[in-house]
Design a protein around this ligand. Structure first.
Ligand SMILES: [Zn+2]
Length: 117
């Protein structure tokens, strides 16, 4: 369940790992606002802590008029756990949805090839 006492903006996420397992997440806010973690990254961290290293798709859902796409930080993390064709589904509670690939949302990601060594 989303913990969004400050923004009141509740977001949920679900990801499908390459091994077929489903992981869910919600946004978790902090009184020190910058520590807030988005639903997508909570789902990714839960999956990663369970040993997942590749995901097939991730969905993000919020009670918004238009489907809300992942923020830049989440796009970065999704790209690291996905592949170019990894699907990102944005949806609202009315079932309106948009499907992107992570490559469309983050065409030039920062990846390990830029790291030294
Ligand atoms: Zn985010």
């Amino acid at each position: 369940l989303a913990h969004a006492p400050y923004s009141k903006f509740k977001v949920g996420a679900a990801l499908l790992a390459a091994d077929g397992q489903l992981y869910t997440g919600c946004n978790v806010e902090s009184a020190s606002y910058s520590l807030t973690v988005c639903a997508e990254r909570v789902a990714l961290l839960k999956a990663a802590s369970s040993g997942v290293r590749k995901i097939k798709s991730i969905a993000v859902v919020a009670d918004t008029e238009e489907p809300v796409p992942p923020c830049g930080a989440c796009r970065q993390m999704i790209s690291e756990f996905g592949e170019e064709g990894t699907e990102v589904i944005s949806a609202n509670l009315q079932g309106k949805a948009q499907v992107f690939t992570i490559k469309e949302l983050l065409p030039t990601p920062f990846d390990p090839s830029f790291l030294p060594g």
